[in-house]
Design a protein around this ligand. Structure first.
Ligand SMILES: [Zn+2]
Length: 323
């Protein structure tokens, strides 16, 4: 499936200025955009990842997305495809930002671990590139253009299939000694709790991810929910069971946020990902639980939605071209 969000069907002629492509590679979709230096998006594209087809297939999707964007615009000075200065990559998994290697990935992207992204881009797309974990990129995006604007010390949680996390000091991402800085999804929230795909038991991801929300709702109500939006809608209509599920869910999420707050003391924490985008109804419940726990750090919802990763990846690419 190919979806282009271009403003024109025909190739468009534009002036040559500093532009990069930001791309976000996830287990479900590959999203990419041409981004200008002020953060505005010129064109964007989304492809299904079809991750089960393996690493080479996913890389071919990256290639298709980048080439598709390059061909959708023309440069006035050369009449050729638009001049892209660099490619910024956000990807699920842990990334060695210095070498561009994916040093750890789950089965959401089979075979992805060990992929040398920067080398692959240089050899196959002839572009300079930089790669980072998707939660790091999302925080960078929110700090640049979203809920973290103007702040230097930020922490972020992304609540989707899993739980991603990232934090920055003095405006710089803290990636850790093994590229797993901010990986609060695998901090233990309930000792001896539910088994996690990382091998431990009781990880936060098993309680506060979007997948965990669906499981909790199914266990509590006996109903099958296809998405968090369905739970949010029921809660918004005052269904007591759905409200109770969200109340329990936000109570656990508040514990995780307060733990982050007391250890890092950030100016603000940002909550993003699919759950954050799914509805408004759960936010007052989270605020209630944060208050009950005496949280002093402000907690804000992410503003960039599912674009945070591509915007942050683009920011990384601009930093590369400035270096
Ligand atoms: Zn875990």
């Amino acid at each position: 499936m190919l979806i282009s969000f271009g403003y024109k069907e025909e190739a468009v002629v534009v002036d040559a200025v500093n532009r990069v492509i930001g791309i976000d590679i996830g287990g479900t979709s590959v999203k990419a955009a041409i981004v200008e230096q002020d953060g505005s998006v010129l064109d964007e594209i989304r492809l299904d990842t079809d991750a089960s087809r393996g690493r080479d297939w996913v890389l071919s999707r990256v290639s298709e997305a980048v080439r598709g964007l390059q061909c959708s615009y023309r440069d006035t000075s050369t009449s050729e495809g638009i001049d892209i200065r660099a490619l910024g990559i956000a990807t699920a998994g842990r990334v060695n930002v210095e070498s561009g290697e994916v040093v750890y990935a789950t089965d959401n992207l089979p075979g992805w671990q060990g992929t040398h992204l920067i080398t692959w881009v240089r050899e196959n797309l002839a572009l300079r590139a930089v790669a980072d974990n998707d939660a790091n990129a999302a925080l960078l995006g929110e700090a640049w253009q979203g809920a973290g604007r103007g702040k230097q010390r930020l922490a972020m949680l992304t609540l989707g299939t899993g739980v991603g996390g990232a934090y920055m000091e003095h405006g710089l991402l803290c990636r850790g000694a093994h590229w797993s800085g901010g990986d609060w999804g695998h901090s233990i929230l309930f000792p001896r709790g539910l088994p996690c795909n990382c091998g431990k038991k009781g990880c936060a991801e098993q309680y506060v991810s979007g997948s965990a929300l669906l499981r909790r709702a199914r266990e509590y109500t006996g109903k099958q929910y296809r998405s968090g939006i369905e739970i949010m809608k029921e809660a918004a209509h005052g269904h007591s069971e759905a409200l109770q599920v969200l109340d329990d869910y936000t109570a656990d999420l508040a514990v995780l946020l307060v733990n982050i707050s007391v250890t890092l003391d950030p100016e603000a924490m940002i909550v993003g990902g699919g759950v954050a985008d799914a509805g408004e109804v759960w936010w007052p419940l989270l605020e209630k639980h944060l208050q009950l726990l005496g949280a002093r750090t402000e907690v804000n919802r992410a503003l960039l939605g599912n674009r945070a990763g591509i915007i942050g990846a683009a920011r990384l690419a601009f930093e590369l071209t400035d270096a």
